[in-house]
Design a protein around this ligand. Structure first.
Ligand code: 0WD
Ligand code: CA
Length: 380
């Protein structure tokens, strides 16, 4: 598509011509009509237990218990003595999703696979979190990203690679920042019960190995997507709508006391919250606003469908259509460049703020991410 407005053609001097075609991330280019985004459908779910073991079921599902509007939850409680932290040096890549795919292949493959070049009937497989990063890219000014893409049996798999900057930030986290990362999980413990009829147990252990993930299928323009995202809890009312409409996303955020803080909250936080929940069709975010000592002073519910109205008074604010159109063009770009169907080939897409998206190609490299057990089972 040589005349496509978002593709800049022509080699840049001194660069590998293969990586010289970039994708623009400029907002103005994406201010078009909202693209078709089909209502996401949950096709399955899985759980990771306290030892990070995979189960093809919803055993880690939790139930939302509405707190008081000003509950005074102490988010620091238990940080020192009742906290088991997931080992984040273990890079899981797409592994849990791939295990889910193998266990549920019949739900995804078209009948008569012999005639079908696309064994899975989807164009893209990835984590929801990776798509969130794409949605927010036109507005991101601080953190770049690296996304590895492999085409295998017609499907494009997208898995994030940690950037040098992210690795440095992780190593240089302060003790205060480490503790603040715990606060979000502690808030979940105050507001989630293990069963429909039980209550939250703030005296228990917070273990961040545990997760419940939904797997959803949807379509963005002509891109068929299959992705998974971690879900905090669901509405415990038995008459609540079916997933994903019964799911609740929990967040904590610094309390807002000045107009500047409110404006920043609208411009930056709500963008991330909207993008993350809009993608899988999670309809509401429940936010605990906390003070500097980690005490939740107020709790508020944000329906995702109302967030775009909330921000309309902000000047120069983000627009959902820009996010979705950029993501759509990115996926078209990936389809266009990642042409070799080979599980050991990685197209590495990289982006830094204020730059275009560029790519490079790697064969049998450190970036290969589809495990042998997956490739072998899928090739049978
Ligand atoms: O880079 C990633 N996002 C990776 C995620 C790489 C490899 C694995 N994972 C998977 C894990 O299996 C985890 O269960 O992340 C799952 C969550 O994926 P997601 O929903 O696509 O990620 P995202 O939307 O970024 O985060 C959702 C929640 C976070 O909640 P908040 O409210 O803070 O956004 O998942 C947690 C976190 O609680 N989370 C993670 N958990 C485990 N590993 C990770 C991670 N790398 N990132 C966020
Ligand atoms: Ca959350």
């Amino acid at each position: 598509r040589p005349n496509h407005p978002q593709y800049q053609s022509g080699p840049t001097p001194g660069q590998n011509p293969l990586s010289s075609r970039g994708l623009s991330t400029r907002r103005e280019q994406y201010e078009k009509d909202f693209p078709v985004y089909k209502q996401p459908v949950e096709v399955g779910c899985f759980s990771l237990d306290s030892e990070r073991r995979f189960f093809n079921d919803n055993r880690q599902m939790r139930y939302y218990v509405e707190p008081d509007r000003s509950p005074n939850f102490d988010l620091r409680d238990g940080y020192k003595d009742r906290f088991i932290k997931r080992d984040d040096s273990v890079k899981e890549k797409l592994d849990h999703m791939l295990r889910w795919i193998l266990a549920n292949r019949s739900k995804l493959s078209s009948r008569g696979t012999a005639a079908s070049s696309c064994a899975l009937d989807v164009d893209f497989v990835t984590w929801r979190g990776h798509l969130t990063k794409l949605l927010t890219t036109p507005y991101e000014t601080r953190e770049g990203w690296l996304l590895a893409v492999t085409r295998f049996r017609g499907t494009l798999y997208i898995s994030e690679v940690e950037t040098e900057a992210a690795r440095r930030d992780q190593e240089n986290r302060t003790e205060r920042h480490e503790e603040m990362m715990y606060w979000g999980y502690k808030f979940e413990q105050y507001t989630c019960a293990d069963n429909v009829h039980s209550l939250p147990d703030p005296g228990g252990v917070v273990n961040t190995n545990e997760a419940f993930c939904t797997v959803v299928q949807t379509r963005l323009a002509d891109h068929r997507l299959l992705f998974s995202g971690e879900v905090d809890c669901r509405d415990k009312d038995p008459n609540a709508p079916a997933p994903p409409a019964c799911y609740v996303e929990l967040k904590t955020s610094a309390e807002i006391s000045t107009p500047k803080q409110r404006s920043n909250f609208h411009r930056f936080k709500l963008l991330k919250w909207w993008a993350q929940s809009f993608l899988p069709g999670v309809p509401r975010v429940v936010a605990g606003f906390r003070d500097h000592e980690g005490v939740v002073v107020t709790v508020d519910t944000f329906p995702i469908s109302k967030i775009s109205h909330l921000i309309k008074n902000e000047q120069n604010c983000w627009k959902p259509t820009v996010c979705m159109n950029f993501c759509c063009e990115f996926l078209s770009f990936v389809k266009h460049i990642a042409t070799e169907d080979n599980p050991s080939v990685v197209y590495l897409l990289s982006w830094e703020p204020h730059r275009d998206v560029t790519f490079s190609i790697h064969r049998d490299s450190q970036y290969s991410f589809l495990p042998h057990w997956y490739v072998e089972e899928m090739t049978r």
